[in-house]
Design a protein. Sequence first.
Length: 132
Amino acid sequence: MAKVALFIFITAVVAISFALDCSDVIRKEQEGVLSWLGNITFNAPVSTGPSGWTLTLFFDRNFTGVGVWDGFVSFNRDERWAEITNRNSTDAVIEAGEKKSLRFRVNFDGERPNPDVPEVISLRFQDIELCN
């Protein structure tokens, strides 16, 4: 058990030290008046089991909502984070190194024509930082 915990700790430290810039992981596909559509693409740093996975996005400013097509979302707009989890058991297991892609939409308030657009400043998969 101690060897497993040590392996997970070392994996997390290595992953954090090599975290990418978020523009390398998140691509904006479309920008609207008060929303933008993005795609997250990454290689899973660890495997997940039948209980599923969690992807957490942290933003630089408040937003009004985050939506996804292939998962469930909970968020706290004031604390500026959104948590995405797998939708069902068929997509719960991801192998370490497997490429994962997920589309999402960020909605926000703002004065037109130049609202403050929230940007993702950090992304974590299973609490391992993928970008910052």
